[in-house]
Design a protein around this ligand. Structure first.
Ligand SMILES: Cc1cc2nc3c(=O)[nH]c(=O)nc-3n(C[C@H](O)[C@H](O)[C@H](O)COP(=O)(O)OP(=O)(O)OC[C@H]3O[C@@H](n4cnc5c(N)ncnc54)[C@H](O)[C@@H]3O)c2cc1C
Length: 231
């Protein structure tokens, strides 16, 4: 699933299913079928959900990766700019620039911000190239790259913590760019674990609605959220 201008979320592998989670829970209830996942969630009997696991490959800007990496119960392996050359690396250039509330915009302000970012990214890339051509080691040359630079990693979630992740990052308080990744993750995970993620679907639908209807008065419009305090 493509996300933002150069990113993606790719399903890699998974272990278990809604049915396996029920079977695992069955041992507590002396039955092989076990209670439905909806019951486990209602009772907050969450540990059987940890037996479901799913692995994704994600390409996202570093500032989005920092949000995802805060979810410490997941397992990560990220590309390393100590070992990989950053020539031809991608930068996130927002489609629409969000401004502080109350700012009165001039005709060219959107274009000016986008142009400035574009030039800044080009400058970062050419400084990296220059430093490398001088023989500066990769692990130092990389420091010129901003948090808009795309990175790539594998992440493994268990279903209990994927639910926590999605509840926080699909919410209107999440930063719009991270919310887009949560939408992609939900869409890929819900086809493998539909029952385990069923009660989170309204949040997913609300997030999708917000991006499809940016002009709507719906309070979920990206940019109107208070979640952008996170660094
Ligand atoms: C809108 C928003 C704004 C945010 N702003 C900031 C911010 O400004 N700065 C910032 O640093 N983070 C910020 N965060 C990240 C937030 O504080 C959490 O780190 C993140 O949401 C992951 O949640 P978690 O700790 O529950 O998940 P996980 O790290 O996956 O942990 C899962 C659960 O394991 C337990 N756990 C994990 N590690 C520990 C531990 N070391 N000690 C005790 N229990 C542990 C906790 O019960 C936790 O709920 C923000 C998140 C959101 C959604």
């Amino acid at each position: 699933v493509n996300v933002l201008d150069h990113g993606f979320v790719e399903y890699v592998d998974s272990m278990g299913s809604d049915a396996l989670i029920s079977t695992i829970a069955g041992i507590s209830h002396d039955s092989t079928a076990g209670p439905g996942v909806d019951k486990l969630i209602e009772w907050e009997h969450f540990s059987p959900l940890e037996f479901g696991q799913i692995i994704f490959k994600v390409k996202c800007p570093i500032f989005v990766a920092r949000h995802i990496f805060r979810h410490r119960s997941s397992t990560f392996n990220e590309m390393s700019a100590r070992y990989v050359e950053l020539h031809g690396v991608d930068f996130f250039l927002p489609d629409t620039i969000r401004f502080d509330k109350g700012v009165i915009l001039g005709d060219n302000d959107h274009a000016h911000v986008k142009d400035s970012l574009h030039h800044f990214f080009k400058r970062a890339a050419s400084l990296y190239k220059h430093l490398r051509s001088m023989g500066v080691v990769r692990e130092l040359a990389r420091i010129v790259h901003p948090v808009a630079t795309y990175t790539t990693f594998y992440v493994r979630f268990d279903l209990r913590h994927l639910r926590d992740f999605l509840s926080l990052r699909l919410a209107r308080s999440a930063q719009a760019e991270s919310r887009r990744y949560a939408i992609a993750l939900y869409s890929l995970a819900s086809s493998r674990f539909p029952k385990t993620l069923e009660d989170i679907r309204p949040l997913y639908e609300e997030a999708v609605f917000a991006f499809r209807n940016p002009e709507s008065k719906n309070p979920t419009v990206p940019g109107s959220s208070p979640g952008s305090e996170e660094r």
